[in-house]
Write a protein that binds this ligand. Structure first.
Ligand SMILES: [Zn+2]
Length: 359
């Protein structure tokens, strides 16, 4: 088949998600073949969902078929160490997820000397901004590692890492979640949905996947569905062990913030807080459920801190060990977790709001 394909999909993803032999999956799967409730819906809103990520188009040549094409590298992670440009370029990581438009392979790319020069230019420009204490939208300095060890060069290398883990343990909800995050930062939210939905099939208490699906569906304008997942993120948070308490609280505050927005946008028709039935599924006791009915908090959507007490109610025993408020996890020039800081950790009160506090 010689068809040009803009958004390539790995047949192995479909194979693992559906349990089919990879030989029985098309070598060039289409969006229609993706399993799950949401991928096709989300694909219609690709531009909106990807709105917050940079577009970094580069021309690359596929080492497999020798054909060139323009690809969106997304956010670039650039080594902070000073040294020869050539060596640093070899170490640049691209979070964008893309496959060859002609042969659907991924990961083996030839960079022309012109592209190398352009990359070097981007590094210099970002470094100049860094000196002025500003941050480039496209470039992050540091190194993005998986499991503190593996530095993927392309989004598709990170995908391979997690797919390999999932070949061995297809029921591991945590790996599905991490794969979903990789696709999301790779600007492929429809593939992220496949992975997050799988995570929830394996573990209905996968809080981070509930949150991510909720966030993506909110961006698609699917408020009812978004709220369902966000409320479950909140409800299951008290038994979620994959995040340190501080990060978990930030995530739940993020979920509550979106839920509050949905509540207002829907003229208060869509519930903000988990319903009794949802709490029961998340193993809340009858008396705990009764206690949440009496909750009364003063929430100001412009002041993030007003969401903390409410978040901590649902965190239950997980709020033990909360360290004092610290700065965003995205520390410059440091090793970060692939795929580098989620949106929720970066949220800061708006400037408008800061000035209001001073008054
Ligand atoms: Zn190719």
């Amino acid at each position: 088949m010689e068809k040009y394909q803009r958004h390539g999909i790995n047949p192995l993803l479909i194979s693992i998600a559906t349990g089919q032999d990879v030989e029985h999956v098309s070598s060039r799967p289409t969006i229609a073949m993706l399993p799950g409730k949401y991928p096709k819906l989300i694909y219609k809103h690709l531009k909106t969902v990807n709105g917050e990520f940079p577009e970094t188009i580069f021309r690359l040549t596929c080492a497999q078929c020798g054909k060139g094409g323009d690809y969106d590298l997304g956010t670039l992670v650039v080594p902070a160490t000073v040294g020869e440009d050539e060596k640093r370029i070899e170490k640049i990581q691209a979070l964008g997820y893309f496959r060859c438009k002609h042969c659907n392979t991924a990961g083996e790319w030839i960079l022309s000397s012109r592209m190398r020069t352009m990359l070097a230019g981007k590094m210099v420009a970002a470094a100049a901004l860094n000196v002025k204490n500003k941050q480039s939208d496209e470039v992050i300095f540091g190194e993005a590692l998986i499991d503190n060890d593996f530095a993927p060069r392309w989004g598709s290398d990170a995908e391979s890492y997690f797919l390999q883990k999932l070949v061995e343990t297809p029921d591991n909800a945590y790996f599905w979640n991490r794969l979903g995050n990789t696709y999301y930062r790779g600007k492929r939210p429809e593939l992220a949905a496949v992975a997050h939905e799988q995570a929830l099939v394996k573990d209905m208490g996968q809080v981070e996947s509930h949150f991510s699906l909720g966030q993506i569906l909110f961006d698609c304008g699917e408020f009812e569905k978004a709220a369902e997942h966000l409320r479950q993120a909140v409800a299951f948070s008290h038994q979620y062990e994959h995040l340190p308490a501080y990060n978990l609280r930030e995530l739940i505050v993020g979920a509550l913030t979106i839920l509050f927005a949905i509540y207002n946008k829907s003229d208060r028709k869509i519930d903000m807080l988990p319903k009794p039935g949802e709490l029961e599924i998340a193993h809340f006791t009858k008396s705990e459920i009764a206690a949440t009915a009496k909750l009364d908090f003063d929430i100001d959507p412009n002041r993030r801190e007003t969401f903390y007490p409410l978040a901590e109610v649902y965190l239950g025993s997980r709020r033990i060990g909360l360290p004092p408020e610290k700065r965003s996890l995205l520390v410059r020039n440091s090793k970060a977790n692939w795929p580098v800081a989620s949106k929720v950790n970066k949220q800061k009160p708006s400037k408008k709001n800061k000035s209001r506090k001073k008054r």
